[in-house]
Design a protein around this ligand. Structure first.
Ligand SMILES: Cc1cc2nc3c(=O)[nH]c(=O)nc-3n(C[C@H](O)[C@H](O)[C@H](O)COP(=O)(O)O)c2cc1C
Length: 178
């Protein structure tokens, strides 16, 4: 990969994985990219639980599936479960704005870092927001007051062919103000 936009273009949601396990060093590099992500007031309101053990993985997969959605997660070699931890923001900031909104933005940025770090290492990923959160709280012993926001699927794609991106045109979503 020669440049950043090429990396961005190569990242796509993968829903068919090879059974090959993901190397721990590669997962650690993804997590390091998340650790270095920016966050409001540098509050770093995140925690990442990595699930690669087959039995637990199968149960996490089931917790992302219902109503015919996310059936593909059965074949995911590694999950990263992203929880929102209490954001320690200054009183001045808290008085002015909703800290929880910031925390969710922070988690989104960290998640993007993970996905791009995965792509950079020849891995594929899919962000999953559809889940049975209660089931996951029980399964992973996550405290009830800690929201589980996203689950990242990481692994080697079964097929390397990229799909064309379906996106709005730049002109539809941008204006240069004068
Ligand atoms: C917050 C969020 C939640 C998502 N949840 C799911 C999900 O539960 N299942 C799924 O297959 N894809 C999920 N996706 C992936 C999107 O469908 C995908 O990013 C979008 O269609 C663009 O396609 P691309 O990622 O291949 O470029 C989610 C993406 C985001 C950002």
């Amino acid at each position: 990969m020669n440049n950043f936009l090429e990396l961005v273009a190569r990242r796509e949601s993968c829903r068919q994985y090879d059974s090959r396990p993901v190397e721990t060093e590669k997962l650690l590099r993804c997590l390091e990219a998340a650790r270095l992500a920016p966050s409001a007031c540098n509050s770093q309101p995140w925690y990442f639980r990595v699930v690669t053990a087959p039995a637990l993985r199968a149960q996490v997969a089931k917790a992302t599936q219902s109503d015919g959605i996310n059936g593909f997660t059965d074949g995911v070699p590694a999950f990263i479960v992203v929880t929102e931890e209490h954001a320690k923001l200054s009183q001045r900031i808290l008085a002015k704005c909703d800290s929880q909104t910031y925390a969710q933005i922070d988690l989104g940025i960290a998640t993007a870092h993970i996905c791009l770090a995965a792509t950079e290492q020849g891995l594929s990923s899919c962000i999953v927001g559809w889940m049975d959160e209660q089931k996951l709280h029980e399964l992973l012993l996550i405290p009830q007051d800690t929201p589980i926001r996203l689950i990242l699927c990481i692994g080697y794609a079964a097929n390397d062919t990229l799909r064309p991106k379906k996106r709005k045109e730049l002109a539809e979503i941008t204006t240069f103000l004068e």
